[in-house]
Design a protein around this ligand. Structure first.
Ligand code: SIN
Length: 321
């Protein structure tokens, strides 16, 4: 029997949601049930070894904020450092799970598995999906060679870099786009399709350690996302620059194209010192760089993840010694 501990950190979400009627899958309150209660409701949870639960936050993930992220990263790092802990599972709302996953991927860079999981139906549903997702996440967290930040939902394993919520209602709400999933969990067995994803960026790691205790979440760099669309003007960019925005991610059309009015405003903003990054509003594919690009691309990151990356870049500029 596998005896190392897995830690489950509760962050809230629909997996911890409660509805007045069991048949109601959408009219519920997210983030109501404690992680200890959720775990206790699954008798086979500890079949494979010891489990520790800890409530880090109780949030509907649409309201996720930088303070909760910092608290979570600190608890993840704390437990990762324990030799008796093999892996961590995080229960989280689906709505911003991909942003939290990418944040932890960059900030914690774990050499052990950190597995985010979730549910599309509340804990009180007639047929909830949370318990199976939690069991599948534990299976991945106990996998001997697993590493990096992962997301597990509806039997599918995604990497933090590629995972994206793509459906508003279906239980299988996530996709890894054209990268494809890392693998599947089938009856408590992992079927891996690609190798575990792990990137180590020592400069960023050192810089993050430096800023962890120095920068209050309210002082994190302001980075906003804007979109290219028919008839867009320079107004939003100009207003954001006037408010002192430090970074702008543009969800461009297609392969990074921009309406000429928006492009001019963004080039002006860049000239004024605002960091500008071009992602695409297309769900699949990436902005392919060209030698004559005047605005850098997001290196395959979606707009929300490119924003997290830009915030971290701006935070750590010059602080990694
Ligand atoms: C949330 O993101 O916290 C609510 C929605 C969900 O978990 O599906």
């Amino acid at each position: 029997m596998f005896c190392q501990t897995v830690v489950i950190l509760g962050m809230g979400g629909t997996i911890a949601g409660r509805s007045a009627r069991p048949s109601d899958n959408i009219g519920y309150m997210a983030a109501q049930v404690d992680i200890a209660e959720l775990a206790a409701a699954i008798p086979s949870l500890t079949d494979q070894g010891p489990v520790i639960t800890e409530q880090v936050a109780q949030i509907d993930s649409k309201d996720m904020d930088f303070s909760a992220w910092l608290r979570l990263a600190a608890r993840v790092n704390h437990f990762l450092a324990r030799p008796d802990v093999h892996g961590i599972v995080i229960t989280h709302g689906t709505d911003t799970l991909e942003e939290t996953a990418y944040f932890l991927h960059r900030v914690c860079q774990p050499t052990k598995p950190v597995v985010l999981t979730c549910a599309m139906r509340p804990a009180t549903a007639l047929v909830p999906d949370g318990p199976q997702n939690l069991l599948d996440a534990l299976t991945v967290a106990r996998q001997p060679d697993a590493r990096g930040v992962l997301a597990v939902c509806a039997g599918t394993i995604h990497s933090a870099r590629d995972v994206q919520k793509v459906h508003t209602y279906k239980l299988d709400a996530f996709s890894s786009g054209d990268a494809g999933p890392l693998g599947y969990v089938e009856e408590a067995c992992v079927r891996l399709l690609r190798t575990w994803q792990f990137e180590q960026d020592l400069t960023l790691q050192a810089a993050i350690k430096n800023i962890e205790n120095q920068l209050a979440p309210t002082e994190w760099p302001r980075v906003e996302i804007i979109t290219n669309y028919v008839g867009v003007s320079s107004a939003v960019v100009n207003a954001l620059v006037a408010c002192g925005v430090q970074g702008l991610v543009v969800a461009a059309t297609g392969n990074g194209t921009l309406h000429h009015a928006l492009e001019s405003a963004l080039l002006e903003a860049q000239l004024a010192g605002v960091k500008v990054v071009r992602a695409t509003r297309c769900l699949n594919g990436r902005v392919l760089p060209r030698p004559d690009d005047r605005l850098p691309d997001s290196k395959g990151l979606s707009p929300v993840k490119a924003r997290v990356e830009l915030i971290l870049q701006l935070m750590t500029q010059g602080s990694a010694q």
